[in-house]
Design a protein around this ligand. Sequence first.
Ligand code: ADP
Ligand code: MG
Length: 166
Amino acid sequence: MMRAMTRSVDETRGLGAAIAEITQPNDVLLLTGDLGAGKTSLVQGLGSALGVGDRITSPSFTLAREYQGRLKLNHLDVYRLEQMDEVIDLGLPELIDEESVTVIEWGDAIVSALPPDYLEIRILLGEGDDDRIFEINLVGPRWSARSRVLQVALETFAGDDGESPC
Ligand code: ADP
Ligand code: MG
């Protein structure tokens, strides 16, 4: 498990952009965390780093949206458990392909429908109002192969723990 920390929405967008640098076609990212945690903000940073020009908003009422950048960005928001069936109907496996990166908010409910490889990002609230803690798990060989580059990408988001006192 890797950890990162941000202290503002802009920093969270920056973290999303840093993660975009190591994403590849066929990738799946799973974002969990309460409402207001910063899931959509992270996707916004990821999207702009992928060259998405359109404003990325929460797709709550559409379940899935598609944005065009350097890669296609599929943005899914599974905000109710009942939507699990709808996600399966959407054909998640068909969304995941050579041209796209797929990001799913509220992913816990759909873990059983996921491919064997995905990056899990759990967002927790920190001490300050704007502090957010990111617990990141690399699931499957496609991601564990990138653990070193991910670590490097996260270096600037280490928070206080990562800094030496001198
Ligand atoms: P979610 O998609 O998880 O519901 P959003 O990204 O839509 O969350 O909203 C996050 C909210 O929290 C925004 O209003 C944002 O301004 C605020 N916020 C404050 N600090 C942070 C931070 N460090 N990272 C992300 N969002 C933050
Ligand atoms: Mg959201």
